[in-house]
Ligand binder design. Structure first.
Ligand SMILES: *Cc1c(COP(=O)(O)O)cnc(C)c1O
Length: 447
């Protein structure tokens, strides 16, 4: 039981049952609340900006399924389109109309000439890297510490000792042979990029980066950084792969590229998408330059496939979501983000909690450390105990934040005045709870 008396009996019972049949009781680790402690809430339904758990409590959702639910949960038009698609059969293993329409919608909004659909962001980055290797005939991949690209073996890598040395596996189960072709550099560090390209440039197939880092909290690229990466890759015959799985159709209608390359006049060679473009269903994609994409089977020699790729229900959900995601949707979400950013900062300042708020388009996050945070080392300086206390106080007040300090806070177009007011009301108390924990006290949950 938490301090405010919100019981978690049903969630706790479900977790115990789930643990009998699933490792940790969850199907993706962060859902287990290990970073913040306490009982993960089992969610039984969601509508608009709100989640309802198994004990009947409602929460304002500031995760939005880790990004996808841009329009809010159970959006009536998305729901209707999906039900209509399901009635016509859920999978055929043959080409369909919604795939073509979604591909056209992605091409229209972004820098890519062509896309191939897959079922998860992990598959998108994995396939983009295979294509980059197949296209260039080279093997080495460069990535940045703190950027997450899904659980692709070669990208679950930590920096080796020193710059310009090859990486070590970030988890057991990944062979060193998978990561010894991966170079991991500090984010926003041009000198490190120049150094590895000077030493290994003719072996590098691609550099992959989040278009704006969102998986260590939101760390935007410094002005001109992505353009510099694109140019460095070009100069060395490597491909620039921009991972927009999180930022795509969320940071702006055109993704982060819409605020960056589209303004500055450059484009990535390959881009990956997921999350929003699946409208809450398993759909993701990779796309890019026509000549590079032409290397994919069946047009070219690089093999890639999927039983459920381009699934008609998932692509219908994505297509309907993108069609409804008009410029005013992004304006409204951006305006709501400004309100919450200011209020979070004000509450934490009043409570004396060191913090910094950073954004990338409509995405933002609150770091529990003095800013600016420009790389993973700085993000890692956060006071995780203070965040855990803050998280639980918010949860008790009916606000569901990411159960980790290293995540963005996600909004939807359904975050109306009532949802926003619930967050505003919760912030001052949560900030005081964070201050008590920062002073070395215990969290609300364990008190
Ligand atoms: C979520 C995410 C992925 C992985 O996508 P999944 O659908 O979870 O496999 C890859 N890259 C980025 C930037 C992401 O945020």
């Amino acid at each position: 039981m938490t301090s405010s008396g919100r019981n978690t009996f049903a969630s706790a019972a479900l977790l115990a049952r789930a643990r009998q049949v699933t490792p940790g009781g969850v199907n993706s680790p962060v859902r287990a609340f290990n970073a913040v402690g306490g009982t993960p809430r089992f969610i039984t339904s969601a509508e608009g900006a709100w989640l309802t758990d198994a004990d009947g409590h409602d929460y304002v959702d500031l995760i939005c399924s880790w990004g996808p639910m841009l329009l809010g949960h159970a959006h009536p038009e998305v729901e209707a389109a999906v039900l209509d698609a399901v009635r016509r059969g859920s999978s055929y293993g043959a080409p369909t109309v919604p795939e073509v329409e979604l591909a056209e919608a992605v091409v229209e909004r972004t820098s890519v000439d062509a896309v191939r659909f897959v079922s998860s962001g992990t598959e998108a980055t994995m396939s983009a890297i295979r294509l980059a290797r197949g296209f260039t005939g080279r093997d080495v991949v460069v990535k940045f510490a703190g950027c997450y690209h899904g659980h692709v073996d070669s990208l679950l890598a930590s920096a080796g000792s020193g710059l310009a040395t090859f990486a070590v596996p970030g988890t057991p189960g990944v062979p060193a042979s998978s990561t010894e072709l991966t170079l991991v550099l500090p984010y926003n560090d041009r000198a490190a990029v120049e150094a590895v390209f000077a030493e290994h440039g003719d072996r590098i197939a691609c550099l992959v980066t989040e278009a704006a880092a969102g998986n260590m909290g939101v760390v935007p690229p410094e002005p001109g950084f992505n353009a510099f990466l694109a140019e460095t890759c070009r100069a060395h015959g490597a491909l620039f792969v921009s991972d927009e799985v999180m930022t795509g159709f969320r940071a702006s209608r055109q993704g982060y590229w819409g605020l960056d390359g589209a303004v500055e006049g450059w484009r990535p060679d390959l881009t990956t998408f997921g999350k929003v473009m699946g409208g809450g269903f398993p759909a993701a994609a990779f796309g890019g330059r026509a000549d590079v994409m032409a290397h994919l089977a069946p047009e070219g020699p690089v093999y890639q496939a999927g039983t459920l790729s381009g699934n008609p229900v998932a692509t219908t959900a994505g297509l309907t979501t993108l069609r409804l995601a008009t410029p005013d949707v992004y304006d409204r979400i951006g305006a709501t983000a400004e309100v919450l950013k200011a209020a979070a900062s004000q509450a934490l300042t009043a409570a004396g909690v060191p913090h910094t708020v950073q954004s990338a388009g409509t995405m933002f996050s609150v770091f529990f450390t003095e800013g600016p945070v420009r790389d993973f080392a700085a993000a890692s300086a956060q006071d995780l105990g203070a965040y855990a206390a803050f998280f639980h106080a918010m949860l008790d007040a009916g606000v569901y934040l990411p159960p980790s300090a290293y995540e963005a806070w996600f909004l939807s177009d359904a975050h109306d005045e009532r949802a926003v007011q619930t967050v505003l009301d919760a912030l001052p108390g949560a900030a005081r709870a964070a201050a008590r924990a920062a002073d070395g006290g215990t969290t609300e949950e364990t008190a």
